[in-house]
Design a protein around this ligand. Sequence first.
Ligand code: CU
Length: 435
Amino acid sequence: MKFIIIIVIVLVIIAAAQLMKVYELSSRLRNKDEADVTPAETKFNAGMILLFYIALMISSTWLFLHYGARPGLGESASEHGGEIDFLYDVNWIILIIAFYFTQTLLFVFAFKYQQKKGRKAVFFAHSTKLELLWTIIPAIVLAGIIIGGLTVWNKITTPKEDTTVIEIYAQQFGWTVRYAGEDNTLGNSDFKVIDESKNPLGVVTTKLINAREKSWTKEIDSLTTYIAEKGDLTPDAIIDEIEDKIERLGRQIRRLDPLRKAQTAETNAAATDDVIVKELHLVKGKDYEFKFRSRDVIHSALFPHFRAQMNCVPGMTTRFSFKPVITTAEMRAMPDVQKQYKEASEKRVANGKEAVEFDYLLLCNKICGSSHYNMQIKIIVETQEEFDVWYAKQSESKTFEMLAGLESTVVASGSIDTNVAAIDTVNLITESASH
Ligand SMILES: [Cu+2]
């Protein structure tokens, strides 16, 4: 279907070009310059301009009325959101007034002052009055918009007291949430100790550093032993690779030193109780401070229903605070939301898909790669009681220490790490042999 439409458009363009050519040829035959415009043609063009103006006004007015002020977003679910909505509405009102005013001038003047016999255009080189008018009015309007925006921005970004700290960690292509635990303080973090499955956010504790060092030292030991015992029977290329690896591991161990120095009893304690999850649960009426980090490229954390957005920049921490004021259940019960989701669900069910229910979402709003469109997690706003039940369950199994498997590493690291080193060596040998 799309293909047919494209073909039709192309054919229409070709036909129009051919018609123009025919017109040019015929005017040449009639000995007439094609730049000469007859009064009838001028009148026709002016009429078309007026017609276009009327169609533009009717269709834009219909769009404004049909889609309303904030299509699909519903009521703001955060405390500060009302002010953002107000700014948004003010901007739209100014834009719409400017739109109707300038478009009317443009098209109506083009119609009114169409070429007529004996009419001459007024010529003037400069008009101070006009210059002042179209400089000062936009300047005042723009200053108003900017001052209004800055005032609201300063207000909503001023740090609040008694906020609950939550880290939002971005990476291609997903979000991870870290709750700060009882102490409301996040533990230190560093990319050097990131482990995809056990420590995805690179949270640091002295215990973790020691476990890392121990496991890397073991690996070095077993590789060194391998060279000492079987070096004579191993091709030089493989020996080189093993030696490179030993050097690399040594470097990794040395890089742990500054991290170890930065750790104190407090930062260790702060990290141990951090809870790492894949869903963001918030309590209605609580002030939150979100700290954003990114592992790879710039992402942007967008909370559309809360009218909040903040860039997540590799190498730095950005922050934003807001207070959710409507729970997920309350939002689902709103007539507008129910209507919107009922219609969507009916369409989906008709197409053999399952029905959908309203959910708050955290989305990525920076084109960050191929799966950017799908970089989202659910946000659930609930009562304190509901939150406590959920959180208790998470802190049974998802604290940083448990995820990092620290206890078991310390006890059993010897056997596990030697195995890892042995497998790696075998891999190196088989890889080189296959080349
Ligand atoms: Cu992203």
